[in-house]
Design a protein around this ligand. Structure first.
Ligand code: ADP
Ligand code: MG
Length: 296
């Protein structure tokens, strides 16, 4: 392999992602373990390449304990390669956790599900609102910001699913960030068609204009799956799945989970955007619930 980036010792291949391979590496300066996404951009046109660059800039500015930390990137022009260095998550991802519970015929404890929900909501809040606190009177409108300026950047993940939520030192972290968005529509479409779009919101499926609320739908589907150990919408064919998603009707989660948990899932999985809660509203709701518990 080419001798590039001598600052890192190359360790094992973790997996092959849709845009290249993912490798474990060790930073020589401090022996810290990182992952390196190796992105081949040779086939991309100039527009796609500039999208990729702007996406890297967004990523590099995202700093949050519940977001897989971007660390550094390097460019190897002679190989048409971009190396994206990120925090290594040693605890695997949520899809593994779901599989292991399913295998042992057990359900996840409710407190763990709330923990995952809260942590990923905080990550989404950071993406959707940045440093801005929305005005209270605006919370029932879609993304009305108090002071829209250059600092305001709305980041929509668009690919929230169990495989993109990682576990590191007991913290859940949203990963695989924006890469899908940084690429062209063809690639997006292709990658959408490779897997089954279990977590995709109706407006995204229908190619309608989307807002950060599409992430909330997907998060609702993930939380549902943590409860039921299967996604809320399942079907034999792509078309049947699409139809089910558009109805927004899903089977109930197992009985032993609380009505509060059922209710937040329902607030996320709403076809009508006016009825779907924002990350801000959901965090307020959870805060209220925690405060009530303290009082009682
Ligand atoms: P895809 O692009 O197909 O979604 P990814 O690039 O997300 O694939 O990931 C490929 C593999 O690398 C997966 O097995 C994933 O779990 C693993 N992986 C990706 N990012 C990290 C990370 N930060 N820490 C640990 N493993 C990771
Ligand atoms: Mg992924």
């Amino acid at each position: 392999s080419p001798r590039v980036d001598d600052d890192y010792e190359v360790l094992e291949l973790i997996g092959r992602g849709s845009f290249g391979s993912v490798r474990k590496v060790r930073r020589r300066s401090d022996s810290k373990l990182l992952v390196r996404k190796e992105i081949q951009y040779g086939h991309m046109n100039p527009k796609e390449r500039s999208q990729l660059v702007s996406e890297f800039r967004i990523l590099s500015e995202l700093n949050h304990p519940n977001i897989v930390q971007y660390i550094h990137h390097s460019h190897i022009p002679e190989h048409h390669l971009l190396y994206l260095y990120m925090e290594y998550c040693d605890g695997g991802d949520l899809s593994n956790i779901i599989k292991s519970y399913k295998k042992s015929n057990e359900y996840l404890p409710e407190n763990i599900i709330w923990d995952i929900f809260t942590q990923i909501l905080m990550a989404l809040y950071k993406c959707h609102y940045g440093e801005n606190i929305p005005l209270i009177k605006n919370i029932y409108q879609d993304f009305d910001y108090p002071n829209t300026n250059d600092q305001t950047r709305v980041i929509i993940h668009r690919d929230i699913k169990p495989d993109n939520i990682f576990l590191a030192n007991g913290n859940f972290k949203l990963g695989d960030f924006g890469l899908a968005k940084s690429l062209n529509n063809e690639v997006e479409f292709a990658s959408t068609c490779v897997g089954t779009p279990y977590y995709m919101s109706p407006e995204v499926l229908l190619d309608r204009p989307y807002s950060p609320l599409c992430d909330i739908w997907s998060l609702g589907c993930v939380i549902y799956e943590l409860c039921a150990l299967h996604p809320p919408f399942q079907a034999k064919t792509h078309l049947q799945l699409q139809k089910k998603i558009q109805t927004g009707i899903f089977p109930p989660i197992p009985d032993h989970y609380s009505s509060a948990l059922k209710s937040v899932i329902t607030r996320c999985i709403q076809v009508d955007l006016n009825l779907r809660s924002s990350s801000f509203e959901l965090l307020q709701l959870i805060n209220f619930k925690i405060q009530m518990k303290d009082i009682q």
